[in-house]
Design a protein around this ligand. Structure first.
Ligand code: PMT
Length: 398
């Protein structure tokens, strides 16, 4: 973890501001100095006194306060840190940054700074999904701003979805990655994720229970290590983090086309739960229910196998990693699948009743390679992703 650095922490006006007090405490535990800036809205959630006490230095709040300006001018403030962290970053602060507004101390400091900026967004799910906010995020990503979170979960407002500020420990890890960049992965990675939908008629479709969580975590882990990531996803609620290029598809055939479009790439990760079959002749109009008729038949045809197809291409990624979702004989089936599909590695997980693999936050996997089988303990899907990326880095280094 970084040590003895200077971090300017901007606290915006959101309920997550209370977590920033813990963030300040964690930063100071590393022997680093915190320069706190609290917005006017932020003061509604945490008091200047709390921030000052935890930061061990007087909080900065007012652009026009002569005493504050005399103590440390806002331009000096903006230049004095190794990193600026905005936590929580509200929709309003993000909009100000994207449009270059500077009408209070926080936004002026952000306009004037020449140090890297890390944004930890926090807001209601509808605000997060709003097209204006998404446009602003894209602008900031283009400007080279780094992001951590938001996380998906229950929100203080009672809704569920993406928008919850990353936990202080997660923000600390993101700060560390920026201050101690280490080796960056100079490579392109294609990740497939989520389910596919195969139409029966314009109303109904064949789908499966994949939430896209495992795939999204893998995309995040690669992006955090500096890789160029293309996230090709079937219809799933999971939002990958800002800065990852997302290609949305619906069917297996669309997913295959999208993957081919993105080649060449150094690594391909195939975490999508692709439908093996589709309806032979999907009806262009809604199939009517006819009372008393039983045994409505659907004729299925096999979908292309994306993993096997890509693994067999001349311009295949250097490392092709498939997944195996099994309800029994995990090791045996996954080992056979690796050979049958021609991929280099298989990440195998059980998906039977009671495993909670589909849609859950944790996973228990086996990594099957040409060298054998490695059993990993149960862990969060984020940790599975981090470990997989670390294994891949080791492999590529060899
Ligand atoms: O999305 P989550 O809720 O987080 O759940 C994660 C997960 C369980 C979906 C994920 O960890 C996982 O196991 N993904 C692969 C699911 C799957 O389709 O397994 P499979 O054993 O049926 O397929 C084996 C491999 O072939 C997979 O890499 C799959 O992407 C690929 N495949 C399968 C069929 C097909 N037509 N084309 C393919 O490319």
């Amino acid at each position: 973890m970084f040590q003895n650095r200077k971090i300017l922490v901007v606290i915006g006006g959101g309920i997550a501001a209370y977590k920033s007090l813990e963030l300040i405490r964690l930063i100071r535990q590393t022997g680093s100095e915190v320069i706190p800036v609290l917005t006017e809205a932020g003061e509604r959630f945490v008091t200047p006194l709390s921030v000052t006490a935890l930061a061990g230095t007087e909080v900065n709040t007012d652009l026009f306060d002569p005493a504050e300006e005399a103590r440390i001018g806002h331009i000096a403030l903006s230049r004095s840190a190794d990193l600026v962290v905005i936590a929580p970053a509200t929709a309003d602060l993000i909009a100000k940054m994207a449009h270059g507004l500077a009408d209070d101390l926080a936004s002026t400091v952000l306009m004037a700074t020449d140090t890297p900026v890390l944004v930890a967004p926090a807001m209601n799910v509808r605000m997060w999904q709003h097209s204006a906010l998404q446009r602003n995020l894209a602008t900031l990503a283009d400007d080279g701003i780094e992001f951590v979170g938001p996380e998906t979960g229950d929100m203080a407002c009672g809704e569920f979805g993406p928008g919850r500020m990353a936990e202080p420990q997660t923000i600390m890890e993101a700060i560390d990655r920026i201050l101690n960049p280490g080796e960056r992965l100079a490579m392109k990675v294609v990740v497939t994720s989520g389910p596919t939908w195969e139409a029966i008629d314009p109303v109904r479709f064949i789908a499966n229970r994949s939430s896209g969580k495992q795939g999204a975590e893998i995309a995040r882990a690669f992006a955090e290590n500096g890789a160029e990531v293309v996230f090709i996803t079937g219809p799933a609620a999971e939002e990958p983090r800002v800065g990852i290029r997302v290609v949305r598809v619906e069917t297996a055939r669309e997913m295959l086309d999208a993957v081919k479009q993105e080649l060449p790439a150094e690594v391909g990760i195939f975490a999508a739960a692709v439908a093996d079959w589709r309806v032979a002749n999907a009806s262009p109009s809604k199939i009517k229910k006819k009372s008393g008729r039983t045994g409505q038949q659907l004729t299925l045809v096999e979908n292309p196998d994306i993993l096997a197809t890509v693994a067999g291409l001349e311009n295949r990624p250097g490392l092709v990693v498939g997944f195996a979702a099994e309800t029994e004989n995990l090791e045996e089936n996954a080992t056979a699948k690796r050979v049958r599909k021609g991929c280099d590695w298989i990440v195998a997980n059980e998906v039977g009743e009671g495993t909670d693999t589909f849609g859950g936050d944790e996973n228990t996997v086996l990594l099957v390679t040409g060298d054998g089988v490695d059993r990993w303990p149960r862990m969060p899907k984020s940790a599975v992703a981090d470990r997989l990326v670390a294994e891949i880095c080791d492999k590529l280094r060899q």
